[in-house]
Design a protein around this ligand. Sequence first.
Ligand SMILES: [Zn+2]
Length: 215
Amino acid sequence: MNIILLGPQGSGKGTQAEMLVKKYGMNYVEMGNILRSIAASDNQYAGVVKKTIDKGDMVEDEYVRLIAWDHINKQDKEKGFLFDGYPRSLPQYEHLQDMLRKFGKKIDRLIYLNISQEESVRRLSARRICKKCGEIYNLITNPPVTAGECDKCKGELIQREDDQPEAIRHRLQLFSERTEPILERARQENILMEINGERPIEQIYEEIVSRIWTR
Ligand SMILES: [Zn+2]
């Protein structure tokens, strides 16, 4: 089974991905992490990826394709994949389909965790990061034991520049422009599963699991 999991920032995508990977045992492809580790390595694409990430831009399709191919090709395809935060554009989506076709596979499901822009802004504005160790907290969903202080290292918790409401709205705008065409395509292909993400984690998870095999 090959699944794509998409959702705006703050949709709780990462949490659902972890639970699904644990249940179904597929390969987990979290493109954000892959790109960050490439940026920090001596990989041939490290320079260009790092520059793009540091600017807060999206890595170009051309590089994402090459990197995705490198990564996916090394995994056991029989275990299936859960793609988290990838593909991010229609060309990337089409390329992923081509790749899977080469292995005799296809995308079985695209799960879209839908939350409103207001809710996304509310959740992301509540995000705090430890100045010392980088641990991430959320004042709504995952608060520290002592207010303003990191549980792990007692460091000071701060709000990142790009977690200010204006910056968040800008990112959400880019996300919806890029993602809308993918959702539209998946709808035509009858593999789109849209989920209301403004509910408790357990409820969302149960709905995904109960609907995953049905059309
Ligand atoms: Zn810390």
